[in-house]
Write a protein that binds this ligand. Structure first.
Ligand code: FES
Length: 269
């Protein structure tokens, strides 16, 4: 809840601390800082690390909601620390509680091990697989085809959706909303030549039919993307996979039909 009344006053930042090499379990540690106008949650962490406790550990890089590295759990909700004003997350007593993203092993303090997250991303082959023949200059997608991608390319892989998904909490083999959104982007892209194979993969035991449609991923996404809708689209396409595959081959013929073409090395699928 927004609260502007603490500017210039002391506020309490409670941070979960845990060093698996020496601690038996995580604990909350309180730090007091003065709330300056414009302070973000990431600014507060940096001030605490620089001036109070150099051992505090967290990830950050761009500070502009681009790299996705500063995602963490603030008052029970996953978000980016760098684009959130601290004052918006203080309770009536001027306190905020920061924990690492859930459902992943803690490496130290607010840093989690994202190996499984990235493994699932790799699994869906996030790169474009072009057809053998490609135009010399460019593919010209229609505005409708671009619109159908639903801004999926804006995903910054921060993991906020993944760490809010209760299915991930139960089953780490589930591909996850982040990777399924990327699969959706590639499958809907008319330049991609492997939609059938991709659909077969995401329709497997650990794929789109595991989603419980709880919508947590939508609430958590700092880019206002909609992984749930993407997963729903993939479910429908998976059920008519062969027809969709044939439709794609026809569309690719028309994409390159009027342009000079060149042969491309097709990467391994
Ligand atoms: S530091 Fe890059 S998204 Fe926050």
């Amino acid at each position: 809840m927004a609260n502007c009344s603490f500017e210039g006053q002391s506020v309490t930042v409670r941070i979960q601390r845990f060093n698996p090499e020496v601690d038996k379990k995580p604990r909350l540690k309180e730090f007091v800082i003065t709330l300056e106008p414009g302070t973000t949650i990431l600014d507060a962490l940096r001030e605490i690390k620089n001036e109070q406790d150099g051992s505090l550990t967290y990830r950050r890089s761009c500070r502009h909601a681009i790299c996705g590295s500063c995602a963490m759990n603030v008052n029970g909700k996953n978000m980016l620390a760098c684009n959130q004003p601290l004052k918006d997350h203080l309770d009536r007593k001027g306190r905020i509680t920061i924990r690492p993203l859930p459902y992943q092993p803690i490496i130290k303090d607010l840093v989690v091990d994202r190996s499984v997250f990235w493994g699932q991303y790799q699994r869906v082959k996030p790169w474009l697989i072009p057809p053998r023949d490609v135009p010399e200059k460019e593919f010209c997608m229609s505005p409708e085809e671009v619109e159908a991608l639903k801004n999926a390319e804006k995903c910054i892989m921060c993991g906020a959706c993944y760490a809010s998904c209760q299915v991930i909490g139960l089953n780490k083999r589930y591909i996850g909303p982040h990777a399924l959104l990327k699969a959706f982007q590639r499958i809907l892209d008319p330049r991609d030549s492997a939609p059938g194979e991709r659909l077969a993969d995401v329709a497997g035991d650990d794929g789109v039919f595991r989603c419980h449609t709880i919508f947590n991923c939508i609430d958590a996404c700092p880019k206002e993307l909609n992984p749930t809708q993407a997963i729903e689209t993939l479910r429908k396409l998976a059920q008519k996979r062969q027809a969709f595959d044939a439709q794609r081959r026809e569309r690719q013929k028309s994409l390159i039909n009027s342009a000079p073409i060149m042969s491309a090395e097709r990467p391994g699928v």
